[in-house]
Design a protein around this ligand. Structure first.
Ligand code: ADP
Ligand code: ZN
Length: 432
């Protein structure tokens, strides 16, 4: 049941002691990089000043812009010949950043991600199809190595090419997949077109859903369609990639591995820690990385610590599914809205299809939101009444939740382009 029982269920006091020791080492290592070396000197910081975990607050935050400014090598803390791997972020919010790993880093990452997928039930008997982009993106090679370590048979399918994905699943009896949730919904249409029923015609039993925010309702929809259990997988390139935080079989929040990462939740405005269980921005420090240690990284991802122990007995705390990035927040007529709120509502309405996009426009001094929603084929009967009824219902349900009245445009299935990578949920035409 446990990949690494000693570490997974250790008592919190011991965990804290390990964290303190590893944090001190991290500060020492980081000092060797151009960025932290210079900054520690200016601020008079060093490992000797760290007496307790609370002393982390004396260290400034690190941001994506800091990483960008140090392109390409300003964060590496070892001689370059010790590095064996480079990865990059997806560049969702601007220029991508790069992260470097030593052999020990790749090993530690592989091991902690193996811990995750084993926890969710993957075994050496599984046939694992990795449907994420290989290459610079961490979801490809990261999962590949971890699944091999568990001993599964790995099919490095990569992203896209839906028909071939389905063929591979059928021919080789794929039991587990790693997939982006919006792509899983898109793929269901291709299953329908081919008249292949994933429940009847495949052996799929587990999926790892990662790389983008998705609601509980969307997970359930995917699980129901495919007949498998889907586990939420959270990670970011700056903290290696997948393997940061993962659901156990209780599917009730994601365990965040505190022997690898020091976790803080802060108020993104005041930058002060929030009280226990409150929502805020996740801030993380690497505790084991040697090639490129990062201290107090502001992820911009919003979540909260779920208070209390998980029924599985693991000591590592859980975070709530990610609500979105602080950057994703739309402000319309003074109301703050996250795309996931819209997604959650849409998934609850019968007749609504698999894809949607939010378009923001400015008319005069007024901001408008249009939600373009794919609807299921059955709604197109030639009769306009059911369509108009559905449109009104979508407006009403959204208004009840987000408190402004969006414009809603219903479109045919497949008319909003599906992406192989992270879904584009918002098109903001308000900026010139
Ligand atoms: P980028 O930040 O450019 O998208 P990454 O590929 O490193 O590059 O993506 C990491 C980000 O993806 C996270 O910071 C988070 O915003 C999002 N993300 C990853 N996994 C999840 C998940 N399970 N739920 C919600 N968001 C996720
Ligand atoms: Zn658990």
């Amino acid at each position: 049941m446990y990949w690494d029982k000693d570490i997974e269920i250790m008592d919190r006091e011991r965990l804290a002691a390990i964290q303190l020791e590893r944090f001190k080492k991290t500060v020492k290592k980081a000092q060797k990089s151009v960025y932290y070396g210079g900054m520690f000197k200016r601020m008079g910081l060093n490992a000797g000043l760290v007496k307790s975990l609370d002393d982390i607050r004396n260290f400034p935050f690190t941001t994506k812009d800091d990483l960008r400014a140090q392109w390409p090598y300003g964060f590496i803390a070892v001689p370059k010949d010790k590095l064996i791997r480079m990865h990059s972020s997806s560049g969702t919010t601007g220029r991508a950043i790069v992260v470097f790993h030593t052999a020990a880093d790749v090993q530690a990452w592989t091991d902690v991600l193996a811990r995750c997928i084993y926890m969710a039930g993957m075994r050496k008997t599984d046939v694992f199809q990795n449907m994420m982009t290989y290459g610079l993106f961490t979801g490809g090679l990261g999962f590949h190595y971890a699944a091999e370590k568990v001993g599964a048979l790995v099919i490095p399918a990569g992203a896209g090419n839906s028909k071939r994905q389905i063929q591979l699943m059928r021919d080789f009896g794929t039991t587990a997949i790693h997939i982006i949730p919006s792509y899983a919904l898109h793929l269901s249409k291709v299953f329908d077109e081919l008249k292949v029923d994933p429940v009847r015609d495949t052996k799929l039993r587990i999926a790892f859903l990662g790389a983008e925010p998705h609601s509980e309702r969307m997970r359930r929809k995917i699980e129901e369609y495919y007949g498998f259990k889907a586990y939420n997988s959270y990670g970011l390139s700056e903290m290696n990639g997948p393997g940061v935080s993962f659901e156990c079989t209780h599917q009730n929040g994601m365990h965040i591995w505190e022997d690898h990462y020091l976790v803080e939740i802060i108020d993104p405005k005041t930058l002060k820690p929030v009280s226990d269980g409150e929502e805020g921005e996740l801030v993380m420090t690497t505790l084991l990385r040697e090639g490129m240690p990062i201290i107090r990284y502001r992820t911009k991802d919003l979540t909260r610590i779920i208070p209390g122990m998980c029924a599985c007995g693991r000591a590592h705390r859980r975070i709530e599914r990610i609500k979105g990035r602080t950057d994703d927040m739309m402000i319309i007529k003074g109301v703050n809205i996250f795309p996931i709120q819209i997604e959650k509502k849409l998934m609850e309405i019968p007749g609504v299809g698999n894809n949607f996009v939010i378009i923001l426009e400015r008319e005069g001094y007024d901001d408008h939101m249009t939600v373009k929603v794919e609807v299921q084929n059955e709604v197109f009967t030639g009769d306009l009444r059911p369509l108009e009824d559905l449109r009104k219902r979508v407006i009403d349900e959204l208004r009840a939740d987000i408190l402004i009245t969006p414009r809603v445009k219903l479109v045919e299935p497949g008319s909003i382009p599906a992406t192989e990578g992270k879904a584009i949920r918002v098109i903001d035409n308000r900026k010139e």
